[in-house]
Ligand binder design. Structure first.
Ligand code: PGA
Length: 251
């Protein structure tokens, strides 16, 4: 059985004190959520304070990015995976479409970052997804396959349990336009087949695949009812403790 994961991506929102306040408000609201793993991803500056306040709770903390370099060094402005682990994180989001779109993230850098996350003993939430033009051209599956084979080029079978895949169609992020549960299911099943071809059927069956893109309290249950949807990566609706808790407590 794959344990679902509901992760909140706070993007570039909230000061340290706002982040801590939201995390503290969330804690009691999801305290009984044993059916899934709960993760929040605040900005770098808030990671340590949030992780400290969540110690002993069932909420885990993720960074939204990390350096491709595995060791410390002269890399101004970068933060290594082992440093976010030191700050209390267990997960790192890698290759979010906003990073691909605005910060030159490529499958090559995604691959290096995923490797850095695994080397630091953390779990990478690796994002893939086509944009609107690609979907309209009918090449969405090819795009996603390319992102998996390129972005996880060096992934070995023994590292598969260090990876969570997030399928986030770019056209559904922050637009209020969610993929239908059927559209999402179709792509999730395809992603699982790609992993089965590359690794093994059993590895593919244990892989968690999250859906992301305008997930809200009122559409989470329909998405989670699909057999290959194992959770959600939530942006806008995760910024508020109550709405994120409603998503976490979808059942
Ligand atoms: P959204 O963002 O829920 O605001 O669409 C999802 C994401 O970018 O991970």
């Amino acid at each position: 059985m794959r344990k679902p994961v509901i992760a909140g991506n706070w993007k570039m929102y909230k000061t340290v004190s706002d982040s801590v306040a939201t995390a503290v408000a969330l804690k009691p609201l999801v305290a009984n959520a044993n059916h899934c793993e709960v993760i929040i991803a605040p900005v770098f500056t808030a990671l340590k304070s949030v992780a400290d306040r969540l110690e002993g709770s069932n909420i885990k903390v993720a960074a939204q990015n990390c350096a491709a370099e595995q060791r410390e060094g002269a890399f101004t402005g970068e933060v290594a995976a082992f440093m976010v682990r030191d700050a209390g994180c267990s997960h790192v989001i890698v290759g979010h479409s906003e990073r691909r779109q605005y910060f030159n993230e490529t499958d090559t850098s995604v691959n290096r970052k995923a490797q850095a996350v695994i080397a630091a003993d953390l779990t990478a939430i690796v994002c893939v997804g086509e944009d609107l033009t690609q979907r309209e051209q009918g090449i969405a599956e090819n795009v996603v396959r390319g992102q998996i084979t390129g972005g996880l080029r060096e992934l070995t079978a023994s590292d598969l349990d260090r990876i969570i895949v997030a399928y986030e169609p770019v056209w559904a992020i922050g637009t209020g336009r969610t993929a239908t549960p059927e559209q999402a299911q179709e792509m999730h099943a395809f992603i699982r087949r790609v992993f089965a071809e590359r690794h093994s059927q059993s590895a593919a069956e244990s892989l968690r695949i999250l859906y992301g893109g305008s997930v809200k309290p009122d559409n989470i249950a329909g998405l989670m009812a699909q057999p290959d949807i194992d959770g959600a990566l939530v942006g806008g609706a995760s910024l508020n403790a109550e709405s994120f808790a409603q998503i976490v407590n979808y059942k």
